[in-house]
Write a protein that binds this ligand. Structure first.
Ligand code: PAF
Length: 288
């Protein structure tokens, strides 16, 4: 049976009971409108932990002014039945007043990591994410928390926050789940018109192109970035935000590829901004 909590108090009581019974807790934090990507995190959490909690909360603090906070797709009843089917034990579904009863004066400052890549066009986004994730960790006290590789920058920032602030939680990063044509699953894909949906495969195609170049021995990062940018700019509906080859720890750009790299793209289709990435390991390159 899946229990639903909309208060921090009720969630805390559940946590206490489970902990007293010696159960480990896995947390999958989400903003709802669930898809197979989220469900893959839930399945991993079910394998790794005795109890699985999923939070569904569209966090206003991670939307910058003018973004789609109000329009962000919400479908709680549908989400709940998907989670019941997956055997999720608890769903935490607070409203904004419950999570932010007062204007917060404290937040998690991320520094440079939050300014690079997506932080360039979404300045306070990662501060909002780190702050809400820290709150969720305090409320649900998970042993493990599960994030998708699709949001690579978010995953890296959460991992660093956990190390820096000694949260007693293990972060697990799970592979990106893709549609048959390669488009990474995202709740925002529903915004795309059929035409833009077809064109949106450019994100994955540009990543595959970068991977092929790297595997073929090209190590000049700016040449790879340029080729990706040209591919994306050739798609009429696509507006490039970035296509970068970066260090997977620092997210800083590089001249020569040496070791593991993260290739990351962000592209707008009208008002819809999509992201995707690929981690390319040194071994993968050497094999070629
Ligand atoms: O990835 C998301 O859905 C959100 O950024 C998260 C981690 C649930 C925080 O609001």
């Amino acid at each position: 049976m899946t229990v639903v909590f909309d208060t921090i108090f009720a969630a805390g009581q559940w946590v206490q009971t489970e902990r007293a019974g010696g159960k480990t807790i896995g947390l999958v934090p989400t903003m709802g409108f669930l898809h197979e990507g989220h469900l893959s995190l839930v399945r991993r959490a079910r394998q790794r932990c005795d109890r699985v909690a999923v939070s569904i909360f569209v966090n206003p603090m991670q939307f910058v002014p003018g973004e789609d906070f109000e329009q962000y797709p919400r479908a709680f009843d549908r989400d709940l039945s998907l989670l019941e089917r997956e055997g999720v034990h608890a769903v935490f579904h607070p409203d904004v007043k419950e999570m932010y009863p007062l204007q917060p004066v404290t937040s998690i400052c991320i520094g440079k990591l939050g300014e690079l890549l997506c932080g360039g066009s979404r300045p306070s986004h990662f501060r909002g994410i780190a702050t809400v994730v820290a709150k969720l960790f305090h409320i649900l006290q998970p042993d493990r928390a599960f994030f998708g590789q699709k949001d690579a920058q978010q995953a890296i920032i959460v991992q660093k926050m956990v190390w820096d602030l000694h949260f007693p939680v293990k972060i697990e990063i799970c592979p990106t789940v893709r549609e048959a044509d390669g488009l990474a699953m995202s709740s925002r894909n529903v915004y795309l018109s059929p035409h833009d949906r077809a064109e949106a495969t450019i994100l994955y195609r540009s990543l595959q192109h970068a991977e092929n170049l790297i595997r073929s021995g090209i190590s000049n990062a700016s040449r790879i970035e340029q080729e990706m940018q040209e591919m994306i700019r050739a798609v009429a509906a696509a507006e490039l935000d970035y296509a970068r080859v970066v260090d997977p720890e620092s997210l800083e750009g590089m001249r020569q590829i040496d070791g593991n790299v993260l290739v990351a793209v962000a592209v707008r289709f009208g008002k819809t901004r999509l992201i995707d990435n690929m981690m390319i390991t040194a071994e993968k390159r050497e094999r070629k």
